[in-house]
Write a protein of this length. Structure first.
Length: 50
């Protein structure tokens, strides 16, 4: 279970595991492995991997 987010700088999508509801926020400040720095990430959807 996690949230699919997309980096605003490079466009990389990934699933991050956060235990609380972030759906009301437009973006989250999170580390991007491609950019190698903290960037704003748009929250796309909640995914249930189970």
């Amino acid at each position: 279970m996690g949230w699919r987010v997309k980096c605003r700088v490079c466009g990389t999508e990934r699933v991050i595991r956060i235990s609380f509801d972030i759906s009301k926020q437009p973006a989250i400040f999170y580390y991007c492995n491609v950019c190698r720095r903290n960037t704003f990430n748009d929250i796309l959807e909640y995914v249930d991997e189970g």
